[in-house]
Design a protein around this ligand. Structure first.
Ligand code: TYD
Ligand code: MG
Length: 454
């Protein structure tokens, strides 16, 4: 077989005949590595592409078949269960719990008599088996595990076992003998993922591929993999927190807004179906800078605590740091506080923290963020029983938010008594008015701060 070598960007997969210091496609530095490439058209051992074109009208309009795992937090993120024949990439930092999650998916499905093949390239069969038992796996003749990194051997197992679901843990340790570059290189990762994906699609096998994220927050060969698979799930969490959030960043079979919340416990991952209670459980009483905002992630409202801290800058350089909030949006909101409300933040360090490892992307949290910062600066606590809603514009106007009723209902459920709400949300909103919670209508940031930090 004739192979040629090329330089391949390990970040985006771009190819170049010559080495280059910087990738012209994705602009990353020092990312080119020499790899041997299988010429296109060369027969791959993963199976020839056999399907023939068929007429559109003869494609059966059956809804896709979905298998629920009974792990609700996962099923929801996937869009209502695992789609047969779909390929799901689970990315995340080492040690975050990807293998644990995948094993628990396997255990849940094997209980429903689905046949599972768990390919562990990183841990021995004994290690995986012990862990599965600790996670509650019982005797099952539907759950197979194997320690293997050779793609062709894995394809053979799939052909003999005929599993419904295959887990690859992880894609970075697999290698295809058809390619001479080392496991983990873009060519290997791409080839292995492509062959497995093709097999999954043609045989109706659901495939979970686990991928580690590199230090700078990228999956090795991230774009390459993200294009190949149907769904990309990221498993995230703060280093010292036991909470984990599963987030879809791409989903051909559902929305990408849903998140699943888990807690890593001694018996594995436990679903957190009421995240508000968890995220608010350690909230301090009567401390300035702490506020609660009802956000919507996907279809679900929940409440998170936002904390602001302002301190005099000790160096000449002021710092604006945020955890879980877009730094550009923070800069804008700080500017609104300075220019429109006359608060003096010029020589101060500004810190913003969203509790529980949540990433706040919902603009309805703006007014809460502004209030947390103002409360911290003025050292005036916001009342403990109040939640804050509103998007903030550049002229410090408070704009309406989506799904106000659902947010208020969640606040009410958790015992909050007052809600600051944009006046524009109060037009024709019968479903908001007949709540028990006291609504404080505001049109500007100033009105909100006057009501909250007096
Ligand atoms: P793991 O699933 O191996 O992470 P990944 O595959 O993403 O690298 O999770 C490893 C961590 O999870 C490890 O630090 C121990 C912890 N853990 C628990 O706390 N409880 C458990 O029941 C299990 C299986 C793991
Ligand atoms: Mg692992």
């Amino acid at each position: 077989m004739k192979t040629k070598t090329l330089f391949v960007c390990q970040n985006c997969g771009a190819q170049s005949p010559r080495w280059a210091g910087r990738c012209a496609a994705c602009e990353s530095w020092n990312s080119f590595v020499e790899e041997s490439i299988l010429p296109p058209g060369e027969e791959r051992r993963g199976g020839a592409f056999k399907e023939k074109p068929i007429l559109l009208h003869s494609v059966t309009a059956d809804a896709e078949r979905r298998w629920t795992t009974n792990i609700m937090e996962l099923d929801r993120v996937l869009g209502g269960g695992i789609v047969q024949g779909s390929v799901v990439l689970i990315g995340g930092d080492p040690g975050i719990g990807k293998s644990t999650l995948a094993l628990q998916i396997g255990i849940a499905l094997s209980r429903k008599d689905f046949k599972i093949l768990y390919v562990s390239g990183e841990e021995s069969v004994r290690q995986t088996g012990m862990r599965a038992r600790r996670l509650g796996a019982e005797e099952s003749n539907a759950f197979y595990i194997v320690n293997q990194i050779d793609l062709n051997a894995i394809l053979e197992y799939i052909k003999t076992i005929h599993p419904h679901v295959v887990v690859i843990d992880s894609i970075q340790v697999l290698y295809s003998a058809d390619i001479s570059s080392s496991p983990g290189s873009v060519s290997q990762v791409r080839e292995c993922a492509a062959v497995l994906t093709h097999l999954a699609k043609s045989q109706g096998i659901s495939l979970f591929i686990i991928g580690h994220v590199t230090k700078d927050g990228m999956l090795a060969g991230p774009r390459v993999l993200e294009h190949i698979v149907d769904t990309v799930l990221y498993f995230e969490g703060e280093r010292y927190s036991t909470y984990r959030i599963l987030r879809a960043t791409k989903n051909r079979f559902g929305s990408t807004n849903e998140i699943g919340v888990f807690e890593m416990a001694s018996g594995g991952l436990v679903e957190v179906s009421n995240p508000s209670e968890i995220f608010l459980s350690e909230r301090p009483h009567d401390v300035s800078g702490s506020v609660v905002v009802p956000i919507i992630e996907g279809t679900r409202p929940f409440l998170v605590e936002v904390q602001g801290l302002i301190s005099r800058s000790s160096s000449g350089m002021v710092r604006h740091k945020s955890q879980g909030f877009d730094p550009n949006r923070l800069a804008m909101l700080v500017a609104v506080l300075e220019k429109r409300l006359g608060l003096n933040l010029q020589d101060k360090d500004v810190f913003l923290n969203v509790v529980g490892g949540v990433k706040l992307m919902d603009p309805a949290a703006d007014l809460g963020v502004v209030t947390a910062l103002a409360s911290a600066l003025l050292d005036r606590p916001v009342s403990f029983d109040t939640v804050i809603l509103g998007e903030v514009g550049l002229s410090s106007e408070v704009r309406s938010v989506s799904q106000a009723a659902a947010r208020i209902q969640e606040a009410e459920r958790l015992g909050f008594k007052k809600c600051v709400i944009p006046r524009s949300n109060m037009k024709n909103a019968a479903d908001i008015r007949n709540k028990d919670i006291t609504l404080i209508e505001v049109e500007t940031v100033k009105q909100a701060l006057d009501a909250l930090t007096h």
